[in-house]
Design a binder for this molecule. Structure first.
Ligand code: GDP
Ligand code: MG
Length: 703
């Protein structure tokens, strides 16, 4: 069966921006103008199609990134709406991993804001070509050129102005397309009809000035056009567009557009720009991965005649259909009902459904081809970050490195029956969200859940109480401490048990050593797979992982540790997965017993903006919180401090800062890294958690 849309006409794009810049509003317009929805949803009324969770509509923010597909001029655009809040930065990372291009939206008044810098750097890391949209040009104080300038100064990028905003009586009415030399205006009702008129006389000089700059940049970089330019010949608009496309794809420039999504102005030209300047999967060419058999580099062409491979970048448990896997198909094609191999779980599984995703409804497909993004149903063991492929030719794409959760709260159900439901629900959240974890505290037996920030956990608790209707209590937020090994240690264990008339037998020898900070758990095996089945290998890996959930110092999870499997003992008749898993857990535990460990704590990155007169006070306070200042910048009459401080010293910080500076200082905070707790503090923490401390001081309850 052929494809419904040729690969060169596919665009996989994300929309990234600071919170409130207008991502959701712009996406709603995209869906409306491409005929996907018939009524425009509004963020402020809680009716936006893309924000479909109750929590999102109430708070007017976007939490989970949803994929949606629309058609513009026979091109297929798969859009991923990414959240702007720093607590959900993992969502942004995983969408960037599978996107081919992105639109960066900035507010016409504020320009580039601090969090946009973070997302911008993330996009640099994944080499995502971008175009920019300066939104909200209808607002008082909006300044297109100044906003473009902040792209230069704060993002160190090279913006190329493609449109010039047009105002009448200080009202924003439309944009001038510099290439076409036309003023574009949008019909009053819903902006559907776009009129093109000549550039107003008084602006023709300005328009030529900015147009010349486009021509200059393109002719300077694209050889085939240089000669025509030097000879003073006019370059055709189509050639300029191809040149701009080339420069955008090679990260040399970022074309900039403008508008006001909320006023239905400038949206259709932005859709055109997605088609004209952002890459198709074909432009990406090939993707690299490793062959899981020998860990050697390998790659796949993004083409239909390749062997099948795809990357699962998000998992959502759907109340009706079960686990839904958002998957980027890189190479080849896959039909409904066929078998795939999961390189990470090492399991063969069947695809039961292929779904084209809209924000909140879906359409079943029989087949899906390279370059597309779809939802898959069927595989049970598949998680975020797994690669699925043809069993005969394996490839594993690099998994996304998610940060460790930094904050925990205790949670308990009202009774035993509720406890069971609570555990099931928590498991679902774990499957969906790699930055959310649950574990049982070894000392107190309490269930703890942990995540990336207070808001993150608040929303999960809210969903537990409302969506899953669980009755229970939650405790106060606590810092998630971690442990890590600082010595090299070997350990072994042998399991020999009788269970009814069955015997369990397995022996495992492992070695542990520190891995680089931030890389998490690494598992190596130097046994050739001929000796040991993949199922057994998986069981051993799982057993090791389990053991590292509880550290030696005070029972905190152990991170940044490498475990190498040195040898196994097994019998043809009595060794099975359970025996191997148990032996692995015990072997790691034995190794840890004699190892040296240190305590780690989350360090947050802070940006504080304060009026000059409170600066000294703010700095003193930061010092008393074990904070460090990296950069201090003064602008007009306020100071901007970039620094770091341990999360444990930052509870209630925002409120206190505000009162310290009479409400005139603000701050943003996001997770930076884990670092060693100074020994004198560590001693106290270990004593506290090893002792009688209860995580529980019920502060809120649901049901
Ligand atoms: P997101 O957080 O980036 O998804 O931003 P939203 O789309 O939720 O928009 C944030 C707020 O800005 C909402 O109140 C929108 O109505 C408003 N907004 C979005 N676009 C515009 C615009 O072009 N002009 C004005 N004046 N407001 C806008
Ligand atoms: Mg939004």
């Amino acid at each position: 069966m052929g494809r419904d849309c040729p690969i060169e006409k596919v665009r996989n794009i994300g929309i990234m921006a600071h919170i409130d810049a207008g991502k959701t509003t712009t996406t709603e317009r995209f869906l409306y103008y491409t005929g996907k929805i018939y009524r425009m949803g509004e963020v402020d009324e809680g009716t936006a199609t893309m924000d479909w969770m109750i929590q999102e509509q109430e708070r007017g923010i976007t939490i989970t990134s949803a994929v949606t597909t629309c058609i513009w001029n026979s091109f297929k655009i798969n859009i991923i709406d990414t959240p702007g809040h720093v607590d959900f930065t993992a969502e942004v990372e995983r969408s960037l991993r599978v996107l081919d291009g992105a639109i960066a939206i900035f507010c016409g008044v504020a320009g580039v804001q601090p969090q946009s810098e973070t997302v911008w750097r993330q996009a640099n890391k994944y080499k995502v070509p971008r175009i920019a949209f300066i939104n909200k040009l209808d607002r008082t104080g909006a300044d297109f050129l100044r906003a473009v300038d902040t792209m230069r100064t704060r993002l160190c990028t090279d913006p190329l102005i493609m449109q010039y905003p047009y105002f009448e009586d200080e009202q924003f009415v439309g944009v001038i397309d510099l290439l076409k030399r036309k003023l574009l205006q949008f019909s009053e009702d819903d902006g559907h009809a776009v009129s093109e008129t000549p550039v107003p006389e008084h602006l023709s000089e300005t328009v030529e000035k900015y147009r010349d700059r486009i021509v200059e940049v393109v002719a300077g970089e694209v050889e085939s056009l240089t000669e025509a330019y030097l000879e003073g010949r006019e370059i055709a608009v189509e050639d300029l567009k191809l040149g701009i496309r080339k420069l955008t794809l090679s990260h040399k420039i970022v074309p900039v557009f403008g508008g006001a999504s909320f006023r239905n102005k400038g949206v259709q030209p932005l859709l055109d720009a997605v088609i004209d300047y952002l890459p198709s999967p074909q432009d990406i060419g090939t993707v690299d991965g490793i062959n899981p058999k020998n860990e050697e580099k390998t790659s796949r062409r993004l083409a239909d005649d390749e062997d099948f491979s795809g990357y699962v970048f998000k998992v959502v448990s759907d109340p009706y259909m079960g686990k839904l896997l958002f998957t980027r198909i890189y190479s080849g094609k896959i039909e409904n009902g066929s078998m795939i191999y999961d390189c990470n779980s090492r399991k063969k599984e069947r695809i039961a459904k292929i779904l084209q995703m809209h924000a909140n409804h879906r359409e079943e497909l029989k087949i899906v081809h390279s370059g597309e993004i779809v939802g898959l149903i069927g595989p049970k063991f598949c998680k975020t970050g797994h690669t699925i492929c043809t069993e005969g030719r394996k490839i594993a794409y690099e998994a996304i490195a998610f940060p460790e959760p930094v904050i925990s709260v205790a949670i308990e159900a009202k009774n035993q029956k509720e406890q069971q439901r609570l555990e099931e629900a928590l498991q679902k959240f774990c499957d969906e969200d790699p930055t959310f974890k649950k574990y049982v505290d070894a000392e107190s037996g309490q269930t703890l859940i942990s995540g990336m920030g207070e808001l993150h956990l608040e929303i999960i608790v809210d969903r537990l109480f409302r969506e899953f209707k669980i009755q229970g209590n939650v405790g106060k937020p606590q810092v998630s401490y971690k442990e890590t090994i600082v010595s090299r240690q070997k350990g072994e264990a042998q399991i020999e048990k009788e269970l009814g008339n069955k015997k369990l037998f397995a022996g495992v020898t492992v070695e542990l050593w520190p891995s680089k900070r931030g890389v998490g758990f690494i598992f190596h095996s130097n046994l050739t797979s001929g000796n040991l089945s993949e199922e057994f290998l998986s069981a051993i890996e799982e057993g090791c992982r389990d053991a590292l959930m509880v550290g030696n110092l005070a029972g905190f999870p152990v991170i940044d540790t490498t475990v190498k499997l040195l040898g196994v003992n097994y019998s043809e008749s009595d060794s099975n997965e359970i025996a191997f898993k148990m032996a692995a857990t015990q072997a790691v535990n034995n190794a840890m017993l004699s190892g040296d460990f240190i305590l780690l704590e989350p360090i947050m990155k802070l940006e504080i903006i304060t009026p000059e007169e409170y600066l000294g006070d703010v700095i003193n306070d930061l010092n008393s919180r074990r904070g460090k200042i990296d950069k201090l910048e003064k602008s007009e009459n306020s100071s901007v401090i970039d620094g770091v401080a341990p999360l444990s010293e930052l509870f209630g910080y925002t409120t206190e800062l505000r009162s310290r500076a009479q409400g005139r200082a603000t701050n943003t905070m996001q997770f930076g890294h884990y670092d060693e707790v100074p020994p004198n503090f560590a001693k106290n923490i270990i004593a506290r958690y090893k002792g009688e401390l209860s995580y529980f001081e019920a502060t809120s309850s649901g049901g």
